[in-house]
Design a protein around this ligand. Structure first.
Ligand code: CCH
Length: 287
């Protein structure tokens, strides 16, 4: 039985084997798992040391019911059999590892990942809603959100490259469509398309404004969010879009580093890598 104790390789294999979902979206659970990992961590506020992946607060209505998290219940449901087969893993470790493993399985880089997160939620440290980015806004908003977590301009651009994956769903965010025509394969195509195509504004039937380009080869309309295109209208962001568009290896390396950093926000580790700031997370969740 000892092989079942803290066997993260087994968890990784279980995640990898659930990625193929022929009935779901583009046939893969991968992109929505990546988004779950990011939204679990992206509530972090460095100045108050609140939010972040520790605690897996999205299990509860206060955080899970945030409109910014609409649709992520699909990701959590995909992972339930993995949790059932490995009950010793915390949800916060499972969600972050699922994002990391999904990226790797979709052809992306290896991302360093460490376990040890707890599932205790201290309600005095609950992140208020509104900490995740609003795609209808622009550069100032992007900076406010990501500087709050401790990222710089280059890191903002690198992280945005995750939009090579997955799609927008009108019934979740109001936006609609995919950024690239192979959205289950990790690549730097998103940056290339952003620079090379002529994006035109389109107002959807629900009143939401996004940018579109009709891809003749794929016979598909691709999309960009206002926050995506904000990256090329900004003097400081744009050079990084250009670097990542022409240098896939550079993008993969930088993305791996910043996604790894995102997963660690708010977590402090001792010399052996153990999480040391769990003492203040006792008592469980109080709604
Ligand atoms: Fe994102 N993202 N994201 N995003 N995102 C959406 C979908 C995905 C913003 C808005 C949206 C990151 C940054 C931003 C993914 C990963 C990352 C959607 C559609 C919106 C809107 C949701 C829907 O309708 O289902 C904004 C604004 C920002 C600002 O920077 C970062 C950072 C990451 C990860 C590193 C992934 C993956 C998806 C696809 C999800 C799916 O279900 O296919």
């Amino acid at each position: 039985m000892s092989s079942t104790i803290r066997d993260y390789a087994s968890v990784r294999r279980a995640i990898a084997s659930l990625l193929k979902q022929p009935e779901y979206d583009d046939g893969s659970a991968g992109p929505v798992l990546v988004r779950l990992a990011w939204h679990s961590a992206g509530t972090y506020d460095a100045s108050t040391d609140t939010g972040g992946s520790n605690g897996a607060g999205m299990r509860y209505e206060a955080e899970g019911g945030d409109p910014a998290n609409a649709g992520l219940q699909h990701a959590r449901v995909f992972l339930e059999p993995v949790k059932a087969a490995h009950p010793w893993i915390t949800y916060s470790d499972l969600w972050t590892l699922a994002g990391v493993e999904a990226i790797k399985q979709m052809g992306g880089p290896d991302i360093a990942w460490w376990p040890g997160r707890t599932d205790y939620v201290d309600d005095s440290k609950l992140p208020p809603r509104g900490r995740l980015p609003d795609a209808a806004l622009g550069n100032d908003h992007l900076r406010a959100i990501f500087y709050r977590m401790g990222f710089n301009d280059q890191e903002i651009v690198a992280l945005s490259g995750a939009h090579n994956l997955g799609r927008c769903h009108a019934d979740r965010s109001g936006f609609d469509g995919a950024w690239v025509n192979n959205p289950t394969r990790f690549s730097n195509t998103y940056f290339k398309l952003m620079l090379e195509r002529e994006w035109r504004e389109k107002v959807l039937d629900n009143g939401v404004r996004q940018y579109v380009y009709y891809d003749e080869d794929a016979e598909e309309e691709l999309m960009m969010l206002p926050t995506d295109l904000a990256l090329i209208s900004d003097k400081s962001f744009r050079p990084w879009v250009e670097v990542y568009a022409r240098d896939k290896e550079r993008f993969f390396g930088d993305f791996a580093r910043v996604f790894g950093k995102l997963m660690e926000l708010g977590i402090r580790r001792g010399e052996k890598g153990e999480v040391v700031n769990t003492d203040n997370l006792k008592g469980g969740y109080v709604s």
